[in-house]
Design a protein. Structure first.
Lengths: 156, 475
């Protein structure tokens, strides 16, 4: 099934940075592959790493400029931006989070894939509560899950 | 049935004072910031009326005064839309079976008033508010809305908007509504008539509107120009028992949750995977409500993938080529049967599945509310891409009747960002027809250009094609 039929993106649908770039450190991954009229990520990037000619273009990341700072995450109306760092022993993933309860640093949460299936446990290592209520949560999971995990479930 | 906490909304301040009223003799406790229908729902009352012929139970359906499911007798006055009427301390509310008789109602003495303006705007949603702000820079404006608050359906859009900085992309709809309403309320050139219905148009040496304010004052409003921005109403779907209480329009569910902080139920079946269906599903999850699945008869998801993906990664299945076969329950909804469809849209035997739900949410499109424009005798054309019958207008939002303009969903179904742009264009068109002004003309051109840009790309195709078809028939 394609993402148009079930909503689930697969790695082949995405424009991902090279293995070499991933080894260098954190980078934003924009999972926005349709020509929708939207461009706040372009304005948000402090390093001018995201570009778009027309408002309906797909955002393009210059992975050499992107530092993985995550400024773009809470700005994206589609909650489609993540920051992934697979350069160390564990994968560190930052996700947008608009649910309650908001986890705390050190909490163990469930790590979910793009289908919403629980694929592992994750440790929360950073939480940023943003004014616009799209908070960002950074978790640590096993390295091979860096491109798999895209959501968390916080147990009450 | 009320949210105690919510990840995006803050209800504590908004809810106001605790009050109580009686419903069929029973004491209902609620807040003075909510409607009677919302208060009843929060108290667990799901049957609001009975249909007039078959006496079938009717529940909360549209929440914005477009259907008649919630009419009741309030303080002795029958046929009151309780979804549009604020609860008041000590009110006496009684349920009705169908339409009640007016025979025993003592008529109240109303008031009469005359009013004049340069531009009258009907509808205070995103299009009407934007039109008012532009028009008021040059002219006197009267803005009329039948609700007790401005903002239209923008006040329940808790998601962040798309578009560019100019269109306030990345800002939540609720915040845009708050800002627009504040700006309009503070503007000395705009007179706001809330709780006011336009009950008719008549031409007597120019345009006149008959407006009833607060159910007691009849206002004769003489105006040079009229902008109609009356929005749309939600479509329903034909299936067995589609009238059971517990079956709501998606917009009604949003109103309950995001305006009043009331939970529609606990387990939801969403019908329709356009942007509305997917966004409302996500908002239900944010309220801690289970969405069992989204069914969509089309072979592909209609909404943006970014919306679908964020719902999917919360574990909600989106089933394309699936539909609802029937709903069941005695007086209120207990469950639904969904089914897989073949390539010719026929249910595939043996794929029926029963699911236990207390809410079915219908997100199956909208139809433009063009009643007033038709009464003004603006001509219409049926354009499926724009949601049905729409009023013929050009790119300046001028209708075929001189001095009458339209904007937003009532001019063809779109979304709030384009409605706001259309409102601004219509506002400036009205200004220009009163007095020529090169500067205004240039800003209008710029707005038309912005609107065209937003409708580029595959998702803008339907409104783009629809509007092109429409512009061709303008005389």
């Amino acid at each position: 099934m394609s993402y148009e039929e079930d909503g689930i993106l697969e790695l082949k649908d995405l424009n991902l940075p090279s293995e070499e770039r991933l080894k260098k450190g954190p980078t934003a991954i924009i999972e926005c592959i349709e020509n929708i009229p939207c461009n706040p990520c372009v304005d948000a990037c402090p390093f001018n790493a995201i570009s778009m000619e027309k408002i309906t273009d797909i955002p393009e990341i210059d992975y050499e400029k992107c530092t993985g700072c995550g400024t773009c995450i809470p700005v994206c109306p589609g909650l489609a931006i993540f920051v992934v760092d697979v350069s160390k022993e564990k994968a560190v993933i930052t996700i947008p989070y608009e649910f309650l309860p908001i986890p705390e640093i050190g909490d163990k949460v469930k790590a979910l894939d793009r289908k919403g299936d629980i694929v592992s446990e994750a440790k929360v290592i950073r939480v940023k509560e943003n004014e616009n209520k799209t908070n960002t949560v950074t978790i640590e999971v096993n390295k091979e899950l860096g491109m798999i995990v895209r959501n968390i479930k916080v147990m009450k | 049935m009320r949210f105690i906490e919510h990840p995006v909304l803050e209800f504590k301040k908004k809810r106001g004072k605790k009050i109580s009223f009686t419903y069929n003799g029973r004491k209902i406790e609620c807040y003075d910031s909510e409607t009677i229908a919302s208060a009843l729902h929060a108290s667990g009352i799901r049957i609001l009326s009975k249909s007039s012929n078959l006496l079938r139970p009717r529940g909360f359906y549209c929440a914005i005064g477009k259907c008649a499911s919630c009419i009741m007798t309030v303080n002795g006055i029958p046929n009151i839309k309780t979804c549009m009427t604020l609860a008041e301390e000590g009110m006496k509310v009684e349920s009705q079976e169908g339409l009640a008789s007016l025979q025993n109602v003592k008529p109240r003495k109303g008031k009469k008033q005359k009013m004049e303006t340069e531009i009258a705007i009907v509808g205070g949603g995103p299009a009407g508010l934007s039109a008012a702000l532009e028009a008021s820079r040059y002219n006197k404006v009267v803005l009329i809305d039948e609700n007790y608050t401005l903002g239209g359906q923008l006040i329940k859009q808790t998601h962040k908007f798309f578009g560019s900085k100019k269109q306030r992309a990345s800002v939540r709809g609720i915040k845009i509504a708050e800002d627009l309403c504040e700006e309009v309320s503070e503007n000395k050139n705009i007179k706001i008539l809330l709780n006011s219905s336009v009950i008719g148009y008549y031409n007597e040496k120019g345009h006149n509107l008959a407006v009833v304010k607060d159910n007691e004052t009849l206002i004769k409003l003489k105006t040079e120009k009229i902008i109609v921005a009356t929005g749309a109403s939600e479509n329903t779907l034909v299936f067995e028992n589609n009238d059971l209480p517990g079956i709501y329009g998606a917009g009604a569910v949003q109103t309950l949750m995001n305006v009043y902080g009331v939970k529609p139920g606990d387990r939801v079946l969403m019908v329709g995977a356009g942007n509305v269906g997917i966004i409302v599903s996500y908002q239900l999850l944010q309220g801690g409500i289970d969405v069992l699945c989204v069914v969509e008869a089309l072979p592909k998801i209609g909404g943006y993938n970014v919306h679908a993906a964020k719902l999917r990664r919360c574990g909600v299945p989106i089933l394309t080529r699936h539909s609802i076969l029937k709903a069941y329950g005695d007086d209120v909804l207990k469950g639904a049967t969904i089914v897989k469809l073949d390539e010719n849209w026929n249910p595939i035997e043996g794929t029926e599945k029963d699911i236990e739900v207390d809410v079915i949410c219908l997100a199956v499109g909208l139809s433009p509310s063009i009643e007033l424009l038709r009464q003004i005798e603006c001509s219409t054309k049926y354009i499926p891409e724009l949601g049905g019958s729409v009023i013929i207008h050009n790119k300046y939002l001028e209708t075929e009747i001189k001095g009458v303009y339209t904007a937003g969903d009532c001019s063809g179904i779109g979304e709030a960002s384009t409605a706001m742009l259309e409102g601004r264009i219509a506002g400036l068109s009205a200004v220009l027809s009163i007095k020529e002004n090169k500067k205004v003309e240039n800003s209008r051109e710029e707005l038309i250009n912005d609107l065209e840009n937003l409708r580029e790309g595959p998702f803008g195709e339907r409104p783009r094609i629809g509007k092109e078809k429409l512009f061709k028939v303008v005389k």
